[in-house]
Unconditional design. Structure first.
Length: 175
């Protein structure tokens, strides 16, 4: 769902804007939408070639899908690689599937990537191919399909379960 703009009309009190209920429904939907996406950056360092080193974790119960961009590099030479990873959680939250859409490599290869679910978290793992310190810069967008416990579901005009009638008064929304 895209961010919903509140129609404020052309002039104050001209009757052309959204009614209060519609305006605040749009505002609530926008906050829920913002809560359902996390755009963040983080970094990690691996010091040796131990396999399955965790460089990123995210709570599995707030994870539906993600796009992760990771740049792994050495500070002492030109070796670096960038990967774009698309990931989605299995419906039962037991595992994560991922695809690396592309890896750009400069110099020697540094790491292989893996993902799993462990301890209630989705984890991005690296398997270093060199026994040296490797920096990992990670930018990610995680989206979540639930309401994050806010108790406010996304409202749409066709969602009759969220719009009810009280005392024979029909509540409708408008575009």
């Amino acid at each position: 769902m895209a961010i919903q703009l509140v129609n404020v009309g052309t002039l104050p009190n001209d009757g052309e804007g959204d009614p209060l209920r519609t305006a605040f429904t749009k505002i609530n939907n926008n906050f829920v939408l913002m809560q359902q996406s996390a755009f963040q950056i983080t970094s990690a360092v691996t010091a040796d070639d131990t396999p399955n080193q965790v460089v990123f974790e995210y709570p599995v119960d707030e994870f539906t899908q993600a796009i992760v961009q990771i740049q792994s590099y050495r500070e002492d030479n030109n070796d670096s690689q960038n990967a774009l990873i698309g990931a989605s959680i299995h419906n039962d939250g037991s595992n994560v599937s991922f695809t690396s859409y592309g890896i750009t490599n400069v110099g020697d290869w540094l790491v292989n990537y893996d993902m799993d679910v462990s301890g209630g978290n989705v984890r991005l793992l690296v398997n270093p191919l060199q026994d040296v310190a490797i920096q990992h810069f990670i930018a990610y967008q995680v989206t979540f399909a639930g309401d994050l416990g806010l108790g406010v579901g996304m409202m749409t005009e066709s969602d009759a379960s969220l719009i009810t009638e009280t005392n024979d008064l029909t509540i409708t929304t408008e575009n």
